[in-house]
Design a protein around this ligand. Structure first.
Ligand code: CP3
Length: 342
């Protein structure tokens, strides 16, 4: 994984899955029930460590992503946060300059100390060959939850604010750039070897706003991460970023770009420098469906990325009803012919 992030083509490629710890695993559901709430799971280092390790034990992925959530950052900024069954996260909204000014910007490291303790546990417990990934949400996506209060809306409040009052909106994004950079740097100091920035809602940004609110904030975070932790690779994931991938790769200085299932890998490969890795593209619905189509698609992705730095992954998080055998089938198929750990 680290070699690929340095721009090397490695065959077969390393593999991990977004949301690899989660509800498709019975051992996750059992621990989730024991923890009580999702946030208790995130903030109790022994639980979060165990949940992170579950998919590594089962599948031997090449990378392990910290178990946490992108919304712990706005939570640490002082906003009320709840995860409702069947509804997802519900966050206290921020829609005015006064509400931005009231955010508690100076306590990220203190509030999120349990997360860094989890990272430190993982750095100790993971097999050496398993790369430890820390993460955060991109400012635009986290702002989407802060302004809308929940996911899955048409983002009219978010986009409306960005158009109407760019200066006020810049204050919100500025708070998030700072908090996110600090959160990522603290994870690296605790032992994360790579960090990923999830911009799940970048596809909702109008083209005219993409540069200002999806590229520049991530570029600034990468600058700060590299200033504090030189050489730490950053993976950017501008989901549904479509035609903006070239600019994103050129201007953010990320080592890898995550590609959703809606974007052609062959096309994406031509948009980024040859040493920038691509990660992703397998449709999570196909992993859930399984069967011969899954094998064919795995081969297609491997062929499309042959000779280029590539990290095998999904185009978005693994779905809750994905059969475990399909994940086993995926990992075996990618690794056929490779001795584990080489
Ligand atoms: O990838 C991993 O295994 C690490 C853990 C991780 C979670 N969330 C755990 C989680 C990561 C990297 C995330 C990122 C995240 N969280 C994103 C970006 C990636 C993406 O999916 O677009 C976003 C947008 C969130 C916010 C969030 N958290 C949503 C929208 C939801 C509800 C949707 C759902 O699947 O229920 C969550 C909850 C959440 N985060 C769960 C998990 C395992 C499910 C909680 C449960 O057990 O009920």
């Amino acid at each position: 994984m680290l070699r690929v992030l340095e721009g090397e083509a490695v065959s077969p490629p390393p593999v991990w899955l977004m949301r690899q710890a989660g509800r498709y695993l019975p051992e996750y559901r059992a621990l989730r029930a024991k923890a009580g709430s999702f946030l208790d799971l995130c903030y109790t280092p022994s639980f979060a460590t165990e949940v992170t390790l579950q998919p590594i034990r089962r599948f031997g992925f090449d990378a392990s992503i910290l178990f946490s959530d992108i919304l712990v950052v706005p939570h640490a900024l002082g906003l009320h946060l709840e995860y409702r069954e069947g509804e997802g996260p519900v966050l206290q909204t921020v829609r005015t300059a006064q509400e931005v000014a009231a955010l508690k910007t100076d306590r990220i490291e203190q509030q999120l100390a349990p997360v860094y303790e989890t990272v430190a546990n993982l750095a100790q417990q993971l097999p050496r060959e398993t790369t430890l990934i820390g993460f955060a949400g991109a400012p635009w996506t986290v702002a989407a939850y802060m302004v809308e209060g929940r996911g899955g809306t048409d983002h009219e409040n978010l986009i409306g604010w960005a158009w109407k009052d760019p200066q006020g909106f810049a204050a919100l994004i500025g708070v998030l750039v700072d908090a996110t950079a600090r959160h990522l740097i603290a994870q690296i100091k605790a032992g994360a070897e790579v960090v990923q920035i999830f911009d799940s809602w970048s596809g909702a940004a109008p083209a005219a706003l993409f540069q200002r609110w999806c590229v520049e904030p991530v570029a600034e975070i990468v600058r700060r991460v590299h200033a504090a932790a030189p050489g730490t690779p950053v993976i950017g994931f501008p989901r549904a970023g479509g035609s903006h991938i070239q600019n994103f790769a050129a201007l953010t200085n990320v080592s890898a770009v995550g590609i959703d299932q809606f974007t052609s890998l062959e096309w994406a490969r031509r948009q980024v420098p040859v040493t920038t890795a691509l990660q992703g593209n397998l449709d999570p619905l196909l992993l859930e469906a399984g069967g011969p189509s899954l094998d064919i698609e795995i081969e297609r992705i491997l062929t499309a990325m042959a000779g280029a730095p590539h990290i095998f992954n999904l185009g978005h998080g693994i779905r809750q009803h994905t059969p475990i055998e399909h994940v086993t089938q995926l990992v075996e198929r990618i690794r056929k012919g490779r001795g584990r750990g080489t």
